[in-house]
Design a binder for this molecule. Structure first.
Ligand code: FES
Length: 107
C-alpha cells in the first residue's frame, strides 16, 4: 500500500491510499477527484490525464507507444505539459509511495 498525493482541478489537495498493483486511474476515479476513466484503462479516452510532479517524472515507467499516441490526440484539445501522463498507465507499487500528481484537464 502506497500513499499518493493529489491536487485536484479546484486546487484541493488530498492524500489517498493506493493499493499495490492497481492503476493510479482507479484510485483517482474511486476517490471523487473528477477523473472519469471512461475507457476503463484501455488508453483510449484521455479522461485520466494527470501532471506528474517534477520530482517523479523520471521515476515512472516510460510511456508506451499507445500512451504517447493518446496523449498526442489529447494535446489537440487540452494543454499538455512535458510531465503529462495517463494515470491508467501508472501501476501503483511500493516504489511509488509518495507519488504526487495534479489532475489535468481532460477531453
Ligand atoms: S482511462 Fe482512458 S485513457 Fe486512461
Amino acid at each position: 500500500m502506497a500513499e499518493v498525493r493529489v491536487k485536484g482541478r479546484d486546487g484541493t489537495e488530498l492524500t489517498l491510499d493506493a493499493p499495490d498493483g492497481r492503476p493510479l486511474m482507479d484510485i483517482l476515479r474511486d476517490s471523487g477527484t473528477g477523473v472519469e476513466g471512461t475507457c476503463g484503462g484501455m488508453c483510449s479516452c484521455g479522461t485520466c490525464h494527470v501532471y506528474v510532479d517534477a520530482a517523479w517524472v523520471d521515476r515512472l515507467p516510460p510511456k508506451s507507444e499507445d500512451e504517447d499516441m493518446m496523449l498526442e490526440a489529447l494535446g489537440e484539445v487540452v494543454e499538455l505539459r512535458p510531465n503529462s501522463r495517463l494515470s491508467c498507465q501508472i501501476e501503483i507499487s511500493d516504489e511509488l509511495a509518495g507519488l504526487s500528481v495534479e489532475i489535468g484537464p481532460a477531453a
